[in-house]
Every structure is written in structure tokens, then in C-alpha cells.
Design a protein around this ligand. Structure first.
Ligand code: SF4
Ligand code: SF4
Length: 461
């Protein structure tokens, strides 16, 4: 007997009907105050991102991950693999910042600053409009026969998508191999730098597939942040919503008892994920504000007040007062402050050099007529982008003499050196193992010295 398990859930969206087809979303153009602000924001973000490898701070690009030397340059600061633990603060800060922003202002990240939105709306859809015209023309042409014009326009679109993807991929590459090297690589044959070439091919292919074809599906089915919305939002969070109390029942202008919504569906055709916001706040809504501008335009023409679709909380849309300060926000604020203080203290304590006292390879100690001898070495790592001179001083112990061949040493920029030392405890003075302390610091700032230690070993008595 076949046992049929019940279907627990069945996902569908405007672009993904339950039969598994992909409905192509062709959002209509819309103008308005939010779209103007978003256009300026997108231009600023793309410009900033493209400019960072060019802008130099402290002799290095403002943001540069040097894969060759395993260093990160961030606005004049230098981080090396020993600072990887700081990534914890960076990643948890970004994650928590997103949670906090969502609790206060809904999906403001998705609609205004997510790279998927910024590049799709700020670059690729603009290209499509230039090469294939507005929505109505695109849809009519796509539904018609395969004419020479249709083929030519499609080829132009996809060629431009390819060029944009290659350009973006090369800028991504310049964040990892530097701008001059990226220019040099472009002029050479791919065989001269196969790894970089492979990365550019992979990144530009992914970008092309995403922005030419997959588009809103990234937000609807792939992005985990979109899936978390129901737990991050509450009835006081700012969302893009439809005022059903004012809009319903829908009807033509002047119809008896009709609300303000004239059912023109402008808000639906401009939506990049194809949803109808009048059905309530939905997971697919990116808070892009296109429906706000579209409906405001309709309200202006009807001579009715704007804001039938607006930024508001779910309580606000239901006619209840909106509370900005609430337990969730207080809790998040408290956690944010604690996290910021811990991150500040931890990064302030970060030193621009590392030192460790290690035992030289071979016998742990030797004995002769002079006494017991230990061979140690100081491993010094200079995290600065310039050469630094360090001084090494051994804290004296009773009966101990220290031979340090290089008490001062210059360590190259972002480099390391090992300084050997030989410690001898005179015969009769060695009783048991004891800690040896060595002071290491910049000669120009002896007050910032570090103390490293190791155990002085000898024969047990
Ligand atoms: S744009 Fe405004 S008036 Fe038109 S259908 Fe949407 S909510 Fe109703
Ligand atoms: S419902 Fe409105 S705000 Fe949400 S994605 Fe669609 S157009 Fe943008």
C-alpha cells in the first residue's frame, strides 16, 4: 500500500507558480521621490565601491586584501593573519546591525543598499531599458515573432550585460591583486596568470547569470535574510504597506461607497518581485518603494492625498499608534552597545607587532663547566607597513648571563625575524626550572614593550 505523506507547505510566488514554471517579471518604469533618492543612493554606492581601490590611505588602497602577503589594508590600518580573530567582531557586527536595522526600519537594507538591488536596478535594468525600451514594448516584442529587430535588441542587451559583468569582475579582482596588477594582467595573455583569469571568468559568469536571468529569484528563493523576516519584524517595524482601511472596497473613481484604491494595478506592475502589496506584507517584498511612488502618482492624478501605500508600521496601517521604543529595540540597543564596547576595547588592545619566545631546535638545555645553558629565540612580527627597529632585553635572574647577538633589530615592513639568544645559569646557581622573561618593544616607544616568557630548563635534582 502506498502511504502518501501530507504536503506540509508549498512555496509559490508571483514569479514561481506552484507548477514550477518561471514567470518572467518585467517591472514597469516608475518615477517619484523615493526612486530619485534610490537612484542617487545607487550611484553613490557604486561610485564608492569602484573608487576604493583607487583611493590611497597611508600608501595603500583604502580597502585592499593582499592575497600574496595575506594582509588586509583598511583605511590606513593593516591587519595580518594574527588579527583574524577581529573578523568575529566585523561579521557579528554586520549581522547584528542588519537585525537591528530590520527591527527598526524593516527591509531597508534590501531595497536601498543590498548589492543585488544596487547592481540590478542601478546597472542592468537601466541597460535593458536603453536597449529594449520600456516594459510594454519589451513584453509586446517578447510575445511576438522573432524579428531581426528583436534579435538585434536582445544581442545588444546581453552583450552589454556581459561587458558590465566583466567590468565588475575586474574591479572585484583589483580588491585582491591591486589596481596596477589588474591593469597589467589585462594587457597580458590569460596563460600568464591562470588563477586570476579563472576567477574573473567565474565571477563574471555568476554576475551575468544572476543579473541577466536569475534576478529577483536571488531575493525570493536564495537569500536567507529574506527568509528570516517573519522573526525579525514585529507590528511596530517600518514596512512598505497598503492602507486597507482607506483603500477598500476598491472601485472606480466616484463609485458609490468605494475606497481610495481604484484597482488600477500600477502598484503591481512596477513591483520587481511581481507581488500585490494590497494582499498584505509579504516575504517577497524588498521594500523597494516602487509601489509607493506608483500609487502616489495615481493619487496625485485623482486629487487624493498621497500615502495609500506608504512607509508605516503594521499597527500604523491598522490605525493604531506606532511605538519606536519597545522591548525588542531596547534589548537590541543594549546588545549593540555591549558589542561595540567589547569591540572597541579588543581593537584598542591590538598591537602593531607580535612577539613570542620560543626554544631553539635541538637539545632543550646543555650543561658544561660554566653551568646550564638554554638556547631560545624571539620571533618578531612587524604588522606595520614600514620597517621598524625593536629592542630586546632579557630580565636578569640570579646567576644568569644572557648573550643576545642582536639586541636591536630592524624588521622589514609586514615582515618577521627570529633573534636567537643564549642564556647561561652559572654552576651552583641552578636549583630548578624557572620562568625567563624577555622585554620586546620598539626602540622609539619603549613604553609599549611586551613581555614574553619561556621556562629555563635544566637537570632535575
Ligand atoms: S496603485 Fe494605488 S490605486 Fe492603483 S491599485 Fe495600487 S493601491 Fe490601488
Ligand atoms: S511590494 Fe512594493 S515595496 Fe515591495 S517589492 Fe513590490 S514594489 Fe517594492
Amino acid at each position: 500500500m502506498t502511504v502518501r505523506l501530507p504536503i506540509v507547505s508549498e512555496f509559490s510566488s508571483a514569479s514561481l507558480p506552484t507548477d514550477g514554471r518561471r514567470e518572467k517579471i518585467q517591472p514597469a518604469d516608475v518615477r517619484g521621490r523615493f526612486q530619485r533618492a534610490r537612484g542617487v543612493g545607487f550611484a553613490f554606492l557604486i561610485g564608492l565601491w569602484a573608487a576604493l581601490p583607487w583611493v590611497r590611505v597611508g600608501g595603500h588602497p583604502a580597502l585592499f586584501v593582499d592575497v600574496e602577503s595575506h594582509e588586509l589594508f583598511l583605511f590606513g590600518l593593516t591587519f595580518n593573519p594574527q588579527d583574524t580573530w577581529l573578523l568575529f567582531f566585523l561579521l557579528s557586527g554586520i549581522g547584528f546591525g542588519l537585525v537591528y536595522a530590520t527591527a527598526l526600519a524593516g527591509r531597508v537594507w534590501c531595497g536601498w543598499s543590498c548589492p543585488q538591488t544596487v547592481f540590478l536596478e542601478g546597472v542592468y535594468r537601466r541597460i535593458e531599458r536603453w536597449t529594449e525600451g520600456p516594459r510594454e514594448k519589451r513584453m509586446r516584442r517578447d510575445a511576438g515573432p522573432m524579428t531581426a529587430e528583436r534579435v538585434a535588441r536582445k544581442v545588444a542587451s546581453h552583450a552589454a550585460f556581459g561587458v558590465a559583468s566583466l567590468l565588475i569582475a575586474h574591479i572585484v579582482l583589483s580588491y585582491f591583486v591591486s589596481l596596477p596588477k589588474t591593469f597589467a594582467m589585462v594587457r597580458q595573455s590569460p596563460g600568464a596568470h591562470p588563477e586570476a583569469f579563472a576567477w574573473v571568468v567565474v565571477i563574471s559568469s555568476v554576475l551575468y547569470l544572476d543579473f541577466a536571468w536569475f534576478r529577483e529569484q536571488v531575493c525570493v528563493v536564495l537569500c536567507p535574510y529574506g527568509r528570516l523576516q517573519s522573526s525579525l519584524l514585529d507590528e511596530h517595524s517600518l514596512v512598505v504597506g497598503y492602507d486597507a482601511r482607506r483603500g477598500e472596497p476598491r472601485g472606480k473613481k466616484g463609485a458609490e461607497g468605494a475606497g481610495d484604491c481604484v484597482d488600477c494595478k500600477r502598484c503591481v506592475v512596477v513591483c520587481p518581485t511581481g507581488i500585490d502589496i494590497r494582499n498584505g506584507v509579504q516575504m517577497e517584498c524588498l521594500a523597494c518603494t516602487a509601489c509607493i511612488d506608483a500609487c502616489d502618482e495615481v493619487m496625485d492624478k485623482l486629487d487624493r492625498p498621497r500615502g495609500l501605500i506608504r512607509y508605516d508600521s503594521m499597527d500604523g496601517l491598522a490605525g493604531k499608534p506606532r511605538r519606536i521604543v519597545r522591548p525588542r529595540v531596547l534589548l537590541y540597543t543594549g546588545l549593540l552597545v555591549i558589542g561595540a564596547v567589547v569591540a572597541f576595547v579588543a581593537t584598542r588592545g591590538r598591537s602593531d607587532f607580535e612577539a613570542a619566545l620560543l626554544r631553539l631546535p635541538g637539545e632543550p638545555y646543555t650543561t658544561d663547566g660554566d653551568g646550564v645553558r638554554n638556547g631560545l629565540e624571539v620571533h618578531l612580527v612587524n604588522k606595520r607597513a614600514e620597517a621598524v627597529e625593536y629592542r630586546i632585553d632579557v630580565d636578569p635572574a640570579e646567576g644568569m648571563t644572557a648573550l643576545v647577538p642582536m639586541p636591536t633589530v630592524i624588521v622589514p615592513p609586514l615582515g618577521d625575524v627570529r633573534v636567537p639568544m643564549f642564556l647561561t645559569v652559572a654552576s651552583g646557581h641552578f636549583r630548578s626550572e624557572f620562568p625567563v622573561r624577555v622585554r620586546v618593544g620598539r626602540t622609539s616607544a619603549p613604553g609599549d614593550a611586551k613581555v614574553v616568557s619561556a621556562t629555563f630548563l635544566g637537570p632535575s635534582r
